[in-house]
Design a protein around this ligand. Structure first.
Ligand code: GLN
Length: 251
């Protein structure tokens, strides 16, 4: 395992957040790395030191994890991480049940679910952290996307997936599609929510344009580790502009 970022607590008394990026080598497309950058930056602006752990197949899982993020991938990338992710599944489910905030985008969202059957009929097993099933459809669902979320307001992103995901019993969507296709192009849902887990098809990346989602993850991580969080709003001008630009784009 590679550890980068601030090696916190060395001579400082700033609080530390351990941020884990799952599978950056194989699952990190359409700008998903930007989610890690935003989480790290917003944590730093709020006074936390960030230890960034990049976890690839075969690495040791860090002993302390406050926040988990992972991106999308090609079917081949999903195949490469499948065995490792299945081995990690029990631990990830325990952490989710314990309130650890997580962001899973597209290919990792699918594998946080029960399974993804690809366009060639291959079955890639998921860990069942989310009760969702994914089957590739006849055409890819591609384009700029806008959803409405009761928790986060208007959320803006970009989707590109063959998989069509269906929420099964007890699973809530992340939001409702107002532009684009979302989970499956049929039922108007997008993504999934469970405890402090946010799963979504939206790349672009998601968090730079949607600071409300970023701050939810940051807040839950800080509250769980330290029991308190200063909710003072952070206005980053680039984010305001990115949001306006992205919302104005045609599909
Ligand atoms: N390979 C998956 C699909 O095509 C996920 C794609 C992605 O992560 N963008 O559905």
């Amino acid at each position: 395992m590679e550890t980068t970022g601030t090696t916190a607590a060395q001579g400082t008394d700033r609080p530390v957040i351990d941020l884990l990026q799952l599978y950056p080598r194989d699952m990190n497309i359409y700008g998903d790395w930007g989610n890690v950058l935003v989480l790290r930056k917003r944590l730093q602006l709020r006074g936390y030191d960030v230890r960034l752990h990049e976890y690839n197949p075969g690495d040791a899982f860090p002993p302390t994890v406050d926040l988990i993020v992972g991106g999308g991938g090609q079917d081949s990338g999903q195949n490469k991480i499948q065995a490792d992710l299945l081995a990690l599944g029990g631990r990830l489910k325990e952490l989710a049940d314990d309130g650890v905030p997580m962001l899973a985008i597209c290919g990792l969202y699918q594998l946080f679910g029960n399974f993804f059957r690809t366009g060639t009929g291959e079955m890639i097993k998921g860990i069942g952290l989310l009760n969702v099933d994914t089957v590739a459809g006849p055409t890819r669902l591609i384009g700029n996307t806008v959803i409405e979320s009761s928790e986060f307001g208007t959320v803006i992103g970009y989707e590109n997936h063959s998989g069509q995901t269906f929420l099964k019993e007890g699973t809530q969507p992340f939001g409702t599609v107002t532009k684009g296709e979302g989970n499956n192009g049929q039922d108007g849902t997008e993504g999934a929510r469970y405890r402090n887990v946010v799963a979504s098809y939206l790349h672009g990346s998601l968090l730079p344009k949607n600071p409300a989602v970023a701050d939810f993850l940051v807040r839950q991580a800080a509250l769980r580790r330290y029991g308190s969080f200063d909710d003072a709003p952070l206005q980053v001008p680039f984010e305001v502009q990115a949001r306006l630009d992205a919302a104005a784009r045609p599909r």
